[in-house]
Design a protein around this ligand. Structure first.
Ligand SMILES: *[C@@H]1O[C@H](CO)[C@@H](O)[C@H](O)[C@H]1NC(C)=O
Ligand SMILES: *[C@@H]1O[C@H](CO)[C@@H](O)[C@H](O)[C@H]1NC(C)=O
Ligand SMILES: *[C@@H]1O[C@H](CO)[C@@H](O)[C@H](O)[C@H]1NC(C)=O
Length: 317
């Protein structure tokens, strides 16, 4: 063997080594590592989101164990709370359990006024109310489509927060009626502008949020913007802030109607638009809107406000 052959042999061995190294680190090896990283990321993210107690603009996200109720009750002592709810058509069937559960869990110890809007006042059943709590039943015309009924809430809110509420309450909470209070909901939810993270999206990436993506709609939110997907089933704030919010949403709904379009989730889409550019001062975790059909319930210790299961088709139409 000459030294030439030696050199050639060494080069071939070296090339073989490099080839094996290359294959391991690109195709197969890379895939395996990549999968592992994905799994880890998924777990970490869940944990992170579950523990996240501050928004990037430093508003608190309210979870059980993050607040001292005694301090908060001193802070909000004497404040008058309104609870605004729509019970139209067959949704009126949800009203009694809603109000009875609110008597147990909602703002106990505070002066509370329920503002119930319904198309059939005579169908509202009597509820036994605690001291300092008042029920006001108000008439509203029922629209044919549930989407219109749902959007009409904003129009009613504009009027209510402008005309009579400033004299009657300090904070207003707006809720869906097909829900029941299931655990304590108190002073920890009070703030200037408060919204609840949608329980189906609390672990989702912003790209997955079901914001309105049609630029022609007043509710349009471009990709890359937005922090949380909020659910319109529970939000609140001072009367003044809810007046601003509902005015924005109502105007957006009217502008869309003129163009003959409707946002993908009706008033919830407009609410999300408003909250992207007017950040809430307090954010409620999914403890404040939960549905037992949803996954990841183990991350949500308290289920304070629960969806009542129903047949959507039957109730809505
Ligand atoms: C409720 O309102 C009444 C009448 O204004 C007031 O006397 C009372 O102190 C209030 N109660 C609470 C708990 O704020
Ligand atoms: C209103 O409710 C009452 C009591 O449930 C019922 O008898 C009546 O038919 C309802 N009216 C309408 C217009 O739905
Ligand atoms: C609110 O509604 C009442 C009763 O329907 C009406 O008299 C009043 O003019 C309305 N206010 C506004 C600001 O639209």
């Amino acid at each position: 063997m000459t030294s030439k052959h030696w050199v050639l042999g060494c080069l071939i061995v070296l090339l073989l080594f490099l080839l094996v190294f290359f294959i391991q680190n690109t195709q197969f090896g890379f895939q395996e590592k990549h999968c592992q990283r994905k799994l880890l990321d998924g777990k970490d993210k869940s944990r992170k989101a579950a523990l996240q107690i501050l928004t990037p603009w430093l508003a608190p996200i309210i979870w059980d164990g993050t607040y001292d109720l005694w301090i908060l009750n001193n802070q909000f002592k004497g404040k008058r709370i309104g609870l605004f709810v729509f019970a139209v058509k067959r949704y009126i069937g949800f009203l009694l359990p809603f109000l009875e559960s609110a008597e147990h869990y909602f703002m106990v110890g505070y002066n509370v006024t329920y503002y119930v809007f319904t198309d059939n006042i005579s169908a509202v059943q009597k509820v036994r109310l605690s001291n300092g709590r008042i029920l006001k039943v108000l008439k509203v015309e029922a629209d044919k489509r549930w989407q219109d009924i749902s959007m009409k809430r904003m129009q009613i809110l504009v009027n209510l927060t402008h005309d009579r509420l400033p004299k009657e309450v300090d904070y207003l909470v707006c809720a869906d009626v097909d829900m029941v209070f299931n655990d304590h909901v108190g002073a920890e939810i009070l703030g200037d502008l408060v919204a609840t993270i949608h329980p189906g999206y609390f672990l989702a990436e912003p790209r997955q949020f079901t914001y309105e993506r049609n630029p022609a709609s007043a509710a349009y939110i471009p990709y890359g913007e937005g922090d949380f997907y909020y659910m319109a089933a529970f939000y609140g704030g001072t009367v003044e802030e809810i007046n601003k919010l509902s005015t924005f949403c109502h105007n957006g709904i009217v502008a869309d109607k003129k163009k003959n379009i409707e946002a993908v989730w009706q008033e919830e889409s407009h609410l999300n638009k408003y909250l992207v550019y007017n950040k809430p001062t307090k954010v409620l975790s999914p403890e404040y809107i939960w549905d037992t059909n949803l996954p990841n319930g183990d991350l949500v210790k308290k289920k304070r406000f629960l969806a009542v299961h129903k047949n959507h088709k039957e109730i809505r139409n």
